[in-house]
Design a protein around this ligand. Structure first.
Ligand SMILES: C[S@@+](CC[C@H](N)C(=O)[O-])C[C@H]1O[C@@H](n2cnc3c(N)ncnc32)[C@H](O)[C@@H]1O
Length: 500
């Protein structure tokens, strides 16, 4: 158990987890790793944002594309594992390559191998890892884990059974489970067996033996002796009920369906209950939980709720900004650090140079915009995001967001934004630029006039620089409609200075 006085970790990183793990996470510093990497399923995930005006499908955006192909990066990862100190892992990866050749699956396994080696390094000897995958790659990942963690440290292959809406299929059974590969770092690993409730009837029904009743009317039954005891033990039924029932490695839990309360619109969001079970079973209060592919932050939410410290890493700004909204909503007053997202102009410039789309998503999150389109969809529409606001207490209206991270901004861009605002029946347009706007751009924006509401008038086209946003300035508009973001339920209480 970590002392209550110890400083909390609680960190969110935007970036590639391999780099973050290598540069930021110390050897043997983490208690529990849960990872839910993209599944090599060749799907592009679309993030669904609820539009208060019912334009859901148009407001989709591509969060990430989980396709891996064999290329320089895979070759590089392969070489690194070959040169690394884990001889078993190198031997296994070499054999897999001989068998699979240089295909997409092999690229995926190299990407995973190099990260699993790092995750093994950062785990404490009392730590554990849960790798969430589906049956298309679980058999390969299991031997990879065997080579890195050692077969003796394999604990369970947990089947998450989410069967629902089953169909008649012509050639095979419905595929309705995921696999969680659970390995310990060593035999010292923390494990708290989760228990479910059971009744006298459950106990009696599962064992068809005699019930003994003593002079006080107390009922006794023979039960398996438990770990290290080969013999059955005579136990009081009332004690067995009080102890609870140990659970198996098949977990039946529903997926986060489209109507689920906890749903945030992140396509691969995992159920809170699944993560709570993992966090409770394999860490103690105050322990450090790491999710290197943290998506919309289910692990982080579960860890925070169960009073663990946490580290989350994701490679998209969309995920990081969603997690921030989720945490602030669920845990008012929560404190954490965010790394890798720009905090000054230089950082913003660097992000804009590295990725146009990440820059747009990040800039949009500063003005509460819902991302629009993605690498493909938004490209020609002239819309980088939508800001929904309440024109009065009933009507939700929208503003069009245009984001420019380049050095050359021109008056034509403001004119275009004006046209898009008219074309889309929007009320306003917001132009965010990294470089200072020119005089003609400002004049063009002023020429657009005002959007008038019963409560006030707002400039129809507004230009804000990233420096303005860093200085705390925001577009002038009526109140933002937060229902555009699916909200996490509040977990109640103020998180500030809570002991673990
Ligand atoms: C399957 S999702 C995780 C969903 C998560 N378990 C949840 O409940 O929301 C995988 C995530 O990994 C992220 N990702 C993919 N490659 C990554 C990398 N190299 N480093 C960090 N994150 C990565 C994606 O952006 C995506 O959000």
């Amino acid at each position: 158990m970590v002392p209550l006085t110890e400083v909390r970790v609680n960190k969110l990183y935007y970036g590639d987890n391999l780099t973050v793990l290598r540069n930021e996470v110390e050897r043997e510093s983490v208690d529990l790793v849960y990872l839910d990497p993209p599944f090599n399923s060749k799907a592009s995930y679309n993030l669904l944002f609820k539009s208060p005006t019912g334009e859901q499908s148009a407001a989709q955006t591509e969060a990430f594309d989980d396709t891996w192909h064999w290329g320089d990066e895979s070759e590089h990862a392969f070489d690194e594992v070959m040169r690394g100190s884990n001889a078993q892992a190198s031997e296994l990866l070499r054999s897999l390559r001989a068998f699979l050749k240089e295909n997409d699956l092999m690229a995926y396994l190299c990407m995973m191998a190099i990260r699993l080696v790092e995750l093994h390094r950062v785990l404490k000897p009392t730590g554990s890892i849960y790798l969430h995958c589906d049956p298309t790659a679980s058999h390969y990942l299991k031997i990879l884990l065997d080579s890195i963690f050692g077969t003796r440290n394999f604990r369970n292959e947990v089947v998450w059974d989410y069967s629902f809406r089953l169909m008649d299929l012509p050639h095979f059974f419905n595929r309705k489970h995921d696999i969680l590969l659970f390995y310990a770092k060593s035999k010292e690993a923390i494990f708290n067996m989760p228990k479910t409730e059971w009744t006298r009837d459950d106990i009696v029904r599962t064992r068809k033996q005699e019930i003994h009743t003593d002079a006080d009317g107390e009922e006794w039954i023979w039960m398996p002796g438990g770990k290290g005891h080969s013999k059955n033990k005579l136990k009081k039924i009332s004690d067995i009920i009080a102890e609870g029932k140990a659970i198996s490695d098949v977990w039946q839990m529903p997926i986060v369906s489209s109507s689920a309360k906890e749903r945030l619109g992140y396509p691969t969001q995992k159920p809170q209950a699944l993560l709570e079970r993992i966090v409770e079973s394999s860490s103690d209060r105050g322990g450090i939980v790491l999710d290197p592919f943290c998506g919309c932050g289910t692990t982080i939410h579960a860890a925070q709720k169960l009073r663990r410290q946490w580290i989350g890493i994701d490679i998209t700004h969309l995920a990081i900004s969603l997690i921030e909204k989720r945490l602030k909503r669920a845990f008012p007053g929560i404190k954490y650090d965010v790394h890798g997202t720009p905090t000054d102009l230089e950082g913003a410039r660097d992000l804009a140079m590295r990725s146009k789309y990440q820059f747009q998503w990040w800039a949009g999150s500063l003005v509460d915009a819902v991302p629009y389109g993605g690498k493909k969809k938004g490209a020609d529409s002239g819309i980088d995001g939508l800001i929904y606001f309440k024109a009065d207490s009933k009507t939700t209206e929208k503003a069009i967001l245009s984001v420019k991270g380049g050095d050359n901004v021109t008056v034509a861009m403001i004119r275009d934004l004006g046209h898009v605002v008219d074309r889309e029946n929007a009320k306003m347009g917001v132009f965010i630029t990294l470089t200072e706007p020119t005089g003609p751009m400002k004049t063009e924006a002023i020429k657009a006039g005002y959007y008038k509401t019963p409560y006030g008038s707002y400039p129809k086209l507004q230009i804000l620089t990233i420096a303005d946003l860093f200085a705390g300035r925001q577009p002038k508009m009526p109140a933002i409609d937060q229902s555009a973001f699916k909200q996490a339920e509040s977990e109640g209480g103020d998180q500030d200075d809570l002991p673990f």
